[in-house]
Design a protein around this ligand. Sequence first.
Ligand SMILES: [Zn+2]
Length: 298
Amino acid sequence: MKEINTCLICGSTKIEPFLVCKDYTVSQKDFRIQRCVDCNFKFTSPRPEDADLGKYYKAEDYISHSDTKKGLVNKLYHGVRSYTLIKKLQLVIQHTKLKSGKILDYGAGTGAFLNTCKTNKWDALGIEPDETARKVMNDKFGITSFPSLEEARQNTSFSGFDAITAWHVLEHVPDLKETITSLKWALKDKGIFIVAVPNLESYDAKHYRQFWAAYDLPRHLWHFEPKAITKLFSDNGFKLEKTLPMVFDAFYVSMLSEKYKTGGTNLIKAFMRGLISNIKANKTGKEFSSQIYVFRKM
Ligand SMILES: [Zn+2]
């Protein structure tokens, strides 16, 4: 296990315990989240060594990496995903002001988003460590991908991106600052970097506390609030251009959290929690369960 003794965001060494959460999907073990006393940033520590992280992803119901369509909830998930894929591409088009260009999806999964880009005439490239997911991306969609940033950087096609996206990925990345620096290098000047991460300031996070599914320990290593993700990028030469809600996440996360908390499925209760979360967040505009941040390279 690896201890983190310095805050990634502000460099402070004043760290205190915040919360203990169980890994409900794979190991069923307890893990701890620590808090920076100076800037309030939260992170998983101690955490598995980088080389051991892979074994915490081996679960049937870790659906983001598979294409299974069993059951009502999965059907809903895939339905919502088709809708949001188009919305994501529209966001890229709106902020790059390009109808087609060159895009990199970091943590591309099975390539569903990149396929949406590709069918809309974008030159699409992926990075994805999971070999099974990468095979789907290649066989089903014919999209080129690399298993890591290191391998991608050795390829001449890996530069001059108009846009880079990372949908619910950065919270999984151990060497986060180095990764952002490398990705920035591959991005054109004034290019955009779109990031989606869960939001610790959301109502559902506060309501479900240690049962909040978006803590997802130990797979999530960093736990962001809007202030922390904004500072991480502004310190790296990016400017925040826009923040957007991901309204479906409140329902999905509440459904899982309800299951962790009570041991059973309660779709109506979860739906109500998701609804309350979105209604509350709508008032402040910055407390959605998960949020999208559009950054521009300066
Ligand atoms: Zn800090």
